[in-house]
Design a protein around this ligand. Structure first.
Ligand code: NAD
Length: 360
């Protein structure tokens, strides 16, 4: 029986990087005797153009009926004038909520071959870097109440607010994901909050500490988000697993991504209870390079490796993808976003996909 994968290519470079990833998956399937069935569905701007809606019901239904979802990226200037409720990015929040994907895993790994691409001094990264950011994905300020109040006093102008709200249930389950993962890694969790100012952060800190009691082998550290942002560039090797809220995780994972050299290398997984999950690159639809053949497909290819590992239970196959990416870099190939030296062979999206598939 084959594995059913819902494929949401999306907008901009989304379809370009997804296309290369399916090539790599097909090669893995051939090599290991696995059958991957792809169900292509609409999301984001492409869905607005075809159906008027950024997240058609059919897409959610098909996703729920599959083993895992592979997503490219959504958004672009073409849809910037859409009303807020039907912008392509709204589809991302919608599908995460509909699939109850409350845990977002973002590894920030510095590949040995790309050490020089990091903006940090090489001594800071001596011995490699492997951080896993666990971001709460379905709660907090992005899902709290939002309101724009009309102007009543011209001197004050319009007023807007967004509510950050967390329940202990939400905090407990994301904390457990972080501690479970830490048990399989470096046994250290850093919980990031703003407990000196925010009530929701004080509840976060207290609840994470309670969960930590079930994991006596794991060291728990608490950091304020401003300090965490600083520590990530000052001494990133102190981190193993970072667990944090939706908005702080959004910001810190982008910061961590820069340490690794390129946003084009970073995969992510969004998980729910059980093995189901959605897998996507950390980057967006990159409208500035869409259609130029310059997009780096590796973040999406590595997302597919995470999908094989976490949702389909195919770890040997996942290793094969990660090894092929390593081999591609070792052989001196670089996409244009990765700092290349004169010895490197710079290749475009399609050639990168072909080479990595060949190296499986
Ligand atoms: P972006 O990640 O799309 O691009 C930021 C910069 O990184 C750009 O210069 C881009 O060319 C480069 N880049 C990104 N991915 C790359 C890749 N694979 N290879 C090489 N270079 C790459 O972020 P942005 O410009 O802020 O947003 C563009 C659009 O994407 C917006 O509409 C935004 O809302 C949307 N977006 C979507 C997602 C998502 O689908 N998950 C995430 C972030 C932004």
């Amino acid at each position: 029986m084959g594995y059913r994968i819902t494929v949401l290519a999306g907008d901009g470079i989304g379809p370009e990087v997804v296309n290369e990833t399916l090539k790599v998956l097909d090669k893995v399937g051939k090599k290991f005797g696995r059958e991957f069935e792809y169900d292509h569905c609409l999301i984001g701007g492409a869905a607005i153009d075809a159906t008027g809606e950024c997240l058609p019901k059919e897409t959610v239904e098909k996703a729920l009926a599959s083993d895992a979802v592979l997503l490219g990226a959504v958004g672009g200037p073409k849809w910037d004038s859409q009303p807020a409720a039907n912008r392509p990015e709204k589809a991302l929040l919608g599908i995460r909520k509909a699939l109850n994907l409350y845990a977002n895993l973002r590894p920030a790994v510095v590949f040995d071959e790309l050490k020089d691409a990091s903006p940090l001094k090489s001594e800071i990264l001596q011995g490699g870097l492997d951080i896993l950011i666990v971001r709460e994905l379905t709660g907090g300020i992005y899902f709290g109440e939002h309101e724009l109040k009309p102007e009543t006093d011209p001197e004050i102008g319009e007023v807007a607010y967004d509510v950050e709200e967390y329940s202990q249930m939400e905090i407990r389950r994301i904390a457990r994901v972080a501690f479970d993962l830490a048990m399989k890694r470096g046994k250290k969790v850093t919980s990031v909050d703003k407990a000196n100012v925010l009530e929701s952060s004080r509840l976060w800190r207290r609840t994470v500490a309670e969960v930590a009691k079930d994991y006596p082998e794991v060291e728990l550290d608490n950091l304020y988000v401003d300090n965490a942002a600083m520590q990530l560039v000052r001494a990133p090797k102190q981190f193993d697993v970072i667990v944090t809220s939706n908005i702080f995780g959004d910001i810190l994972s982008d910061e961590a991504s820069q340490i690794t050299g390129s946003i084009g290398m970073l995969p992510s997984a969004s998980l729910t209870e059980g093995s189901f999950g959605m897998y996507e690159p950390v980057h967006g639809s990159a409208p500035d390079i869409a259609g130029t053949g310059k997009a780096n497909p590796i973040a999406t290819i590595l997302s597919a490796a995470m999908m094989l590992r976490y949702s389909l239970g195919l770890s040997e196959e996942a290793d094969a993808i990660e090894n092929a990416v390593n081999e591609f870099l070792k052989a001196g190939y670089r996409t244009p976003d990765l700092q290349a030296s004169p010895d490197h062979k710079v290749v475009g999206t399609e050639e990168a996909g072909n080479l990595i598939a060949d190296m499986i």
